[in-house]
Design a binder for this molecule. Sequence first.
Ligand SMILES: [Zn+2]
Length: 95
Amino acid sequence: MKKVYICKSCGKVMKDAEDFSGGEIGKDYCSNCTDEFGYRKSYSHIIKDTKEFLIKHLSISEEESEKMALENIARIPFWAQKEKIMLSKKKNCNY
Ligand SMILES: [Zn+2]
């Protein structure tokens, strides 16, 4: 059975070499989530990209698209984990 690769950043299924970061099968991230040097894009960058995509394809407002982008990204384990870490750090500051 062929191994299924899922981008750890956006959750996209990667099949062909061109789907992978740097065109290399087996990479953790897809080509969408990395720049041309294979570095993972930042959280804000992915939110921005998702927003632009949603505005373009669903013709919704900036506000709506931001909400959707944030909801979307919260479902991805990689970012959900990050969010938890960020939240726990915030808590530590407050209490
Ligand atoms: Zn990705």
